[in-house]
Write a new protein. Structure first.
Length: 329
């Protein structure tokens, strides 16, 4: 910094102000300092700057897995929004859904020098215990249980999305809707399953037995084969697009035409959904908005002007394509 100051003919304090992006520097002086920085190859010491201002401009993201579409796309939204606000993201994986593992992740977050944490808590902990969040930590929870009374929570409106899927199929004249749910330990799968059942009950329709997959196309295919053998099955709501893809293949392999004989709806609207055969009717989630809201809420806590509790639900959208059609029975 002293070398830059000598070359630019200014004080070290002026170099510091330019380096930190402070506004109280004359434009011509700022340009002179920036040219001197470029000529000397000067780079600010981020660690020293963090110690001086007491902030690291980094957000930790705790997650159990990146194997699911929802987690990956939520993380993409978080990274994009954080970068737009000049913050880095540090990924902190949790190797097991246990209280000790979550506690260890928060310990690592402290060691990695982050200002706040976004926890993507998509699964129940063993024993259904509430997740451990150390007191005083700035934290926002994504895709979680109903923890809005304890922490800010950001989630897709899972119930509204599932309800829209079922109502769409009933509106096409199907007597009922079968459901291929996600894993029983998943909060999102639980909400979608509960809304599917409640929507059928509210419409006075029979509620078929629920089938649980693991989010993968393989599980959707295995369960789709079972549904294909049931002639009364004319409509299926899959809890995600990947399982819906497996169901489409199972129906094809068993000679049941989609949508002529069976209508199928997914959830997520993955980029490939429009290229499925047939193109998949699905529920679109706005993962970019979820990520942006997570960053907004957690940085609000860092600044001291954001809410400490409360749940924000991001709306979903029914996207109708060619995998659903009126019932022809």
């Amino acid at each position: 910094m002293a070398d830059v100051a000598r070359l630019a003919g200014v004080s070290a304090q002026t170099v510091s102000r330019v380096s930190n992006g402070e506004p109280n520097v004359v434009d011509t002086t700022r340009e002179t300092v920036l040219r001197a920085m470029a000529e000397l190859g000067y780079r600010p010491n981020s660690a020293a700057r963090a110690l001086k201002r007491g902030a690291f401009r980094a957000i930790g993201v705790i997650t159990f897995t990146l194997a699911t579409t929802g987690n990956v796309r939520t993380l993409e939204g978080i990274v994009a929004s954080a970068a737009a606000q000049d913050h880095a993201v540090t990924l902190i994986p949790v190797d097991a859904p246990t209280q000790d593992a979550v506690r260890g992740a928060f310990t690592r977050a402290g060691e990695l020098a982050v200002d706040a944490v976004i926890a993507i808590m998509e699964t129940h902990l063993v024993g259904d215990a509430p997740a451990f969040f150390p007191p005083g930590v700035k934290v926002v929870v994504a895709d979680s249980d109903d923890a809005g009374d304890r922490h800010p929570v950001v989630d897709t409106d899972q119930r509204a999305g599932a309800r829209a899927a079922v109502e769409h199929l009933l509106g096409l004249g199907h007597a009922t809707v079968h459901h291929v749910a996600g894993p029983e330990h998943s909060y999102a799968a639980q909400r979608r399953r509960d809304a599917w059942r409640a929507t059928l009950e509210a419409a006075g329709r029979p509620v078929p037995g629920v089938l649980h997959g693991d989010w993968s196309p393989e599980s959707g295919y295995a369960l789709g084969l079972r549904l294909a053998e049931d002639p009364s099955c004319t409509a299926v709501f899959a809890a995600n697009d990947q399982m819906a893809l497996g169901i489409l293949r199972a129906m094809h392999d068993r000679g049941r035409r989609v949508p002529d004989e069976v209508s199928v709806v997914g959830f997520d609207d993955v980029p490939e959904a429009a290229s499925f055969i047939p193109p998949l009717t699905t529920i679109r989630q706005d993962f970019e908005q979820i990520g942006a809201l997570c960053v907004e809420r957690v940085l609000g806590q860092v600044r001291g002007d954001g809410p400490a509790t409360g749940t924000t639900l991001v709306p979903t959208e029914l996207v109708v394509r060619e995998s659903t059609a009126p019932h022809r029975g």
